[in-house]
Design a protein around this ligand. Structure first.
Ligand code: ATP
Ligand code: MG
Length: 174
């Protein structure tokens, strides 16, 4: 169990200096103060770090990068949106391929990041998808299932049995 809000705040905070230098409007938007659920911090850190680094690489000075979270009944969504150079159809189709580096003029990486990120998110039972428009920007969406850990389930069932015992005692005393 970890607090996703504090976790993302920390990661986004690590990019503050870079954002200042590039005059990028970097924001973390959360409707929650705290959001605890089971996730692998080490893996999610790598995924977010790569996606946010990509956003910085492919967003010109003065642009924006907004990280936000949403919660549904059974899953959590993390969106990383930029208004950078975007991708064409071919780049979109291959973005998650191993060693793919797109056909940008600038060659800025090894092309490993997104393939690994997708692998980690899939192993987590989630999905990593993208939406992009050439010269408009790119949004990555990480959706993760809210998994009930053994610990949480045990705490819940302990709470329920305590309630049942109390009810039983109440009816006994009447
Ligand atoms: P690495 O992450 O291994 O250093 P990389 O950043 O080039 O290298 P990926 O993270 O796998 O590789 O991304 C694959 C390709 O997808 C990039 O080379 C780039 O062409 C495209 N891409 C990724 N993120 C964005 C983005 N935010 N905007 C535009 N293009 C992007
Ligand atoms: Mg990358």
């Amino acid at each position: 169990q970890n607090d996703l809000v504090a976790f993302i705040k920390d990661i986004v905070g690590d990019f503050n200096v870079k954002a200042k230098q590039k005059h990028i409007d970097l924001q973390f938007i959360s409707p929650f103060k705290e959001l605890s659920f089971a996730f692998d911090t080490e893996k999610l850190d790598k995924v977010l770090f790569n996606i946010i680094s990509n956003a910085f690489k492919y967003t010109p000075d003065g642009g924006l990068i907004h990280v936000s979270i949403l919660k549904n009944t059974d899953k959590i969504e993390i969106n990383i949106a930029d208004n950078g150079i975007g991708m064409n159809a071919e780049e979109k189709a291959h973005a998650f391929d191993l060693f793919y580096r797109g056909n940008k003029n600038i060659s800025l990486g090894t092309g490993l990041g997104l393939a690994l990120s997708q692998e980690f998110v899939t192993l987590h039972g989630g999905e990593l998808t993208l939406n992009s428009e050439k010269d408009k920007g790119t949004t990555f969406k990480i959706s993760l299932p809210i998994i009930e850990t053994k610990q949480v389930l045990e705490e819940k069932s302990a709470m329920i049995s305590t309630k049942i015992v109390h009810k039983f005692e109440d009816s006994e005393s009447q």
